[in-house]
Design a protein around this ligand. Structure first.
Ligand code: IMP
Ligand code: MG
Length: 187
């Protein structure tokens, strides 16, 4: 197998190591609290699954399914649409929102607003990736896995047209081949 998917900018090992650190941090910060971890689908699914398993606390899990229209789409209406809502009541609870990436910040900011309206006791954001150069709205992210340059990335949940999400590492899209089949980069 050739390097059909390009060289990872973040390897599986680097991702897993960082997630353990984030899990330890959240374990310390939320000891004794009523924690609900909310995963934003689809993109956050692998990160979310690894992160919650690295947190050594009794916590609740829940999910939001959202879609975002591309930044170029100037038509009216909200950029971020909630396709499927929470099943847990978050009022009075300590909530951590888990995202794949904060880019313009619109998604995080929109989802935060929606959740704050439900009166959680606290609300923090944990994102695997942060692309601060793309930021258009001011939004605070509390836990960041990796800060990355302004490049379009895929893998480990992140997609291009809903593909590449199952890639176990993160690669820059323009270094990804057009191959239809899923080949993995090898040393
Ligand atoms: P934002 O609203 O611009 O911050 O973008 C957030 C959403 O856009 C993320 O949840 C991703 O679904 C998508 N996105 C932004 N940058 C990338 C990228 O580099 N690769 C894949 N998806 C991205
Ligand atoms: Mg996406």
């Amino acid at each position: 197998m050739e390097k059909a998917f390009g060289r990872p900018i973040l390897t599986q090992e680097e991702i897993q190591k960082r997630i353990k650190e984030l899990g330890n941090q959240i374990t310390m910060d939320y000891d004794g609290k009523d924690l609900v971890m909310i995963g934003v689908l689809k993109g956050a699914f692998p990160f979310y699954a690894d992160l919650v398993r690295s947190i050594r606390l009794l916590l609740r899990v829940d999910f939001l399914v959202v879609t975002n229209r591309p930044a170029e789409d100037k038509s009216k209406g909200e950029k971020v649409k909630v396709l499927s809502d929470l099943s847990e009541d978050i009022s009075g609870r300590d909530v951590v929102l888990v995202e794949d990436i904060a880019s313009t910040g619109m998604t995080v900011s929109h989802v935060k607003k929606k959740l704050l309206a439900r009166k959680p006791k606290s609300l923090k954001v944990c994102t695997l990736l942060d692309k601060p150069e793309r930021r258009k709205v001011r939004v605070s992210v509390d836990y960041v896995g990796f800060t990355i340059p302004n490049k379009y990335v895929v893998g480990y949940g992140l997609d291009f047209q809903n593909r590449y999400r199952n890639l176990p590492y993160i690669a820059v899209m323009d270094q990804v081949s057009e191959a239809d089949e899923l080949f993995y980069w090898q040393e």
